[in-house]
Design a protein around this ligand. Structure first.
Ligand code: NZQ
Ligand code: ZN
Length: 393
């Protein structure tokens, strides 16, 4: 049965070699008067990218201020700093140069600029934003998909809380994607990004509905493609085709396309990983890889047909004597893929060993964040999540 859906992907994509040189022109099209160039730790400065972006803005006659220092699992304190800077400098457009963390920090500054009061209120569901300053992106890592998504994930580092706020208001106006820019990524970040891209598709793929064949087929092709080229990148990090396939997949995986007709998807693994990120500051994709297998073993009984299709159509598993056998082979095949790109499949491999108290705290916090039921395959309560975190140890 086809489910009604809305698909809204307003971001202009400019893809390919040398496209960052168009940043100035693209910003100018937005008819803004002052820009904040927002970036991360050092990779974009060291590679000369920030220099090329400022040159391009200078040539287009656009004035700007800069704010670097965004860390992975981006901090609320820098968001506050950015809002203050933008108010002082009367910034009306934000150009994020970096990955999901930089883009999300830019989106949060955008929300803070366009609304009164404390921006954190939106992330803890106290109230809704009415607007967001326009955002543009020059992407440097294929992973989070924030360059086209409605998502924004910020960590309140003082409280150890990582929270998402999703509205169409923050979808970027444009996204510049040059796959070459991702060649300087450490192997761990490349692999972690590939996991996140897969998981954005899997979160939508695993659900209780019958689905649309076209959406399923797009999702399955996307997952096969990402797995194929993530393996290539382990050996050949400078392979342009592989970088390009994964970069484009990253945007398609999280711009809503693979969710058309799936009623939103599950997202339980993501919500549980956000707790890990808030408490232990782990890389997002690696955190997902560490808990997915345990989640899958815990819930697959409730969506057997989806887990069978995943095993056969995505992982190429030969159907076993029973559905259960096929499903188990599929989960094992996915975990062995994660291992082959050097991603963890347990919390120990992720490098953390949460105590019982910490697990109970994360499960409680996740239950609160998800309103008492995390996911749709099996709506997870605190006790279920404790079980999954324990299984993932
Ligand atoms: O700070 P620098 O020096 O740039 O280093 C970064 C960072 O350490 C480095 N990096 C990025 N591009 C590079 C590079 N290093 C060398 N060469 C390059 N070209 O990579 C590290 C990770 O960067 P980050 O932006 O944190 O990665 P990612 O894109 O994976 O973003 C992760 C964040 O996005 C959130 C995650 O929770 C996490 O906070 N997500 C955002 C979503 C959204 N807005 O829709 C959805 C996702 O599910 C996710 O939750
Ligand atoms: Zn993600």
């Amino acid at each position: 049965m086809y489910k009604n859906f809305e698909y809204y992907a307003p971001t202009k994509v400019v893809f390919g070699k040398g496209t960052e040189e168009q940043a100035g022109t693209l910003v100018k099209e937005q008819k803004c008067s002052k820009v904040l160039i927002h970036y991360g730790g050092k990779s974009a400065v060291n590679s000369g990218l920030i220099g090329r972006i400022t040159k391009s803005l200078d040539e287009a006659g656009i004035s700007y201020v800069t704010l670097g220092g965004v860390v992975p699992n981006p901090h609320l304190s820098l968001v506050y700093e950015g809002i203050e800077l933008c108010r002082r400098e009367q910034v009306d457009f934000i150009l994020a140069v970096g990955g999901g963390s930089v883009i999300d920090s830019a989106k949060a500054i955008g929300y803070g600029m366009a609304n009164e009061g404390d921006v954190w209120d939106f992330f803890v569901r106290k109230r809704e934003a009415a607007a967001c300053l326009p955002i543009g992106v020059v992407l440097t890592i294929a992973a989070a998909g924030s360059e086209m998504s409605n998502g924004c994930v910020i960590t309140n580092e003082k409280e150890g809380l990582k929270r998402a706020y999703d509205t169409d208001l923050c979808r970027p106006k444009f996204a510049v994607m040059n796959p070459e820019l991702t060649m300087t990524l450490p192997a761990y970040q490349t692999a972690s990004g590939a996991v996140d891209i897969l998981m954005h598709t899997m979160e939508r793929y695993f659900n209780q509905s019958d689905n649309m064949e076209i959406t399923d087929s797009i999702s399955e092709a996307l997952m096969r493609t990402v797995m194929k080229y993530a393996l290539v990148l382990v050996k050949e990090p400078d392979n342009y085709e592989a970088r390009a396939e994964i970069m484009w997949a990253g945007s398609l995986a999280h711009n809503g396309l693979t969710g058309c007709g799936t009623e939103g998807g599950d997202w339980a693994s993501h919500n549980m990983e956000h707790e890990l990120g808030g408490m232990f500051d782990v890389a997002h994709g690696a955190g997902l890889a560490a808990i997915w297998g345990s989640w899958a073993r815990y819930v697959n009984h409730a969506a057997k047909h989806r887990f069978v299709s995943f095993a056969v159509n995505v992982l190429g598993v030969l159907p076993g004597a029973s559905e259960e056998e096929t499903i188990n082979k599929g989960i094992e095949a996915m975990e062995s893929f994660y291992k082959s790109i050097h991603m963890p499949t347990s919390l120990t491999e992720l490098g953390i060993s949460p105590t019982e108290e910490q697990i109970a705290w994360m499960a409680e916090s996740c239950e609160q964040a998800t309103g008492g039921a995390n996911g749709c395959v099996v709506p997870l309560k605190k006790e279920d999540m404790i079980r999954i975190y324990e299984m993932a140890k």
